[in-house]
Design a protein around this ligand. Structure first.
Ligand SMILES: [Cu+2]
Length: 505
């Protein structure tokens, strides 16, 4: 059983970053030198001859009503609906293969072999490009949406330098951070069909996911960071088990997982591979033309530092949940509307001691899956209400958020993730409307010596248009302790040799 050894130590991190910096100073190879397709940002893409080909392909696919045909729009919606992994391993890698195959179909249909999928860099311009919001009859890129500006969905946390590991169930992991924000909130704030597993109905889906793929690639450069290392990738005896097996997209449409390790294995790259270092200028809601205004720093929805009011929720009892899982307590029937709210989970003296012990375990042996016990905050029996289904909002979820934490950096220490209509639809789609937030890593970082109860705060974040009234009901907000003998999901991070460069160099 791998425990703390699957974490990359700070020393290794510094050592590898140093060698990575030496590599980063080499000039990038040009398109002609590498022979790779280069995906362009939409504003650049629309000025090339790829644009009419893209429009032609999208309108041809949308006009084709045969869902069994790969040339139809519905075929690709169904791929996502039936197979997409969210909140579980391979979220990034599966979508990498998915948009690759979709892009290939665009080339087949358009007959333009130079056509690549464009991306929408919302960290530069948080407004959906106007070509997608133009309601002119027959515009194949138009879709009804709740919001068109995603500024409030953005976050710089995935690009913090201490996020070195890659996948779910490791400490300081990039993938769940990126999925939690900005990925899910971009779906949520846009709203409409984007908040569902049918989100590829909206053409902006593909530009969003192309950007998620670009951000992943940019984060991993130059040496793949903590992505499970695949020495001698195609030699089955030595490749990392994480990359064994295949992603499934449809019957007869699969891809070797190892091909989604690095975009260069699929022979494409991106026009810009810088990770965002600042939030964008927030564009004002578009009326005539395009107006860019600087978002005043205090206008961020959380800038006041106010702690959400405590709701009056009944507490559920401590009890066994499963053979390896015990609840320390819960808050029942947490109704979410346009207000932010805090749910307090009252703990007895014995449960407080158990919680402190679990936090101590995390402090000494790491907080990754596989340690003797881990703490998870569980949102159980979640119900998306009618008013909540069109999205336009989400909630930041915090553990023990103190009053007065104003800056994103201060609040990050307490942030467990986000919840909105998209994550709920994904969870229901995969069988059960339960969402879990691993909390050991956050708890290990908190002073619990004087801890009384635990509080879970849900801070509501809106777009320009957001529903009022009850949107989500959480049957139970629970604090569970899980014995860490669950399978590791092959999440073994194998240290690379110090000077190896296996990632796109
Ligand atoms: Cu998505």
């Amino acid at each position: 059983m791998t425990t703390a050894t699957n974490l990359i130590s700070r020393r290794q991190f510094v050592k590898r970053t140093t060698s990575a910096l030496a590599l980063a100073s080499l000039p990038p190879l040009s398109m002609a030198q590498t022979g790779k397709r280069i995906r362009l940002e939409w504003q650049q893409f629309k000025l090339t001859s790829q644009y009419p080909s893209f429009l032609f392909a999208v309108s041809t696919m949308r006009a084709n009503t045969n869902a069994a045909d790969r040339n139809s729009w519905q075929f690709w919606i169904n791929v996502h609906l039936n197979y997409c992994p969210h909140g579980v391993p391979y979220f990034i890698a599966w979508h990498r293969g998915y948009i690759y195959y979709f892009e290939r179909q665009l080339r087949t249909i358009s007959g333009n072999s130079a056509l690549s999928l464009p991306y929408w860099d919302y960290y530069t311009n948080p407004n959906i490009p106007s070509e997608f919001t133009d309601q002119a009859t027959g515009n194949p890129l138009y879709q009804a949406r709740t919001n068109t500006n995603v500024y409030n969905a953005l976050d710089l946390a995935p690009f913090n330098s201490d996020l070195y590991n890659f996948q779910r169930n490791t400490s300081n992991a990039f993938e769940p951070q990126l999925e939690g924000k900005p990925h899910n909130p971009v779906h949520d704030i846009i709203g409409g069909v984007m908040t569902t597993m049918r989100s590829p109905t909206d053409p902006i889906f593909y530009l969003h996911h192309c950007n998620i793929d670009r951000l992943t690639h940019a984060w991993a450069l130059p040496d793949g960071k903590g992505i499970p290392y695949t020495a001698f990738l195609y030699s089955s005896s030595t490749s990392n088990p994480y990359w064994a097996g295949r992603h499934v997209y449809a019957s007869g449409l699969t891809m070797a997982r190892s091909l989604t390790y690095d975009p260069s294995y699929l022979n494409y790259g991106y026009a810009n591979l810088d990770v965002p270092t600042a939030l964008p200028l927030a564009a004002a809601p578009r009326r005539e033309g395009f107006i860019k205004v600087q978002m005043p720093s205090n206008s961020h929805p959380e800038a006041s530092g106010a702690a959400p009011q405590e709701g009056n929720f009944e507490n559920g009892p401590a009890r066994p949940i499963a053979s390896n899982r015990r609840s320390l307590g819960s808050a029942l029937n947490v109704d979410l509307d346009e207000r932010s709210v805090t749910a307090r989970v009252k703990l007895s003296a014995a449960e407080k001691r158990d919680l402190r012990n679990a936090a101590d375990t995390a402090r000494t042996s790491g907080a990754a899956k596989g340690v003797p016990q881990m703490v998870v905050i569980v949102f159980d029996k979640i119900n998306l209400r009618e008013k909540g289904k069109d999205g336009g909002y989400f909630y930041n979820v915090y553990l023990n958020l103190p009053v007065g934490a104003r800056s994103a950096q201060e609040r990050q220490r307490f942030l467990l993730g986000t919840v909105g209509a998209f994550a709920i639809d994904a969870a229901s789609h995969h069988g059960t409307a339960t969402i879990e937030f691993p909390a050991s890593e956050k708890l290990a970082d908190m002073d619990l010596s004087t801890a009384s109860d635990l509080s879970v705060s849900l801070v509501r974040i809106n777009g320009a248009n957001s529903p009022k009234g009850k949107v989500i009901k959480i049957g139970e907000v629970r604090v569970d302790i899980v014995a860490g003998d669950a399978p590791l999901n092959s999440s073994v991070v194998t240290p690379k040799p110090p000077k190896a460069c296996s990632y796109n160099c």
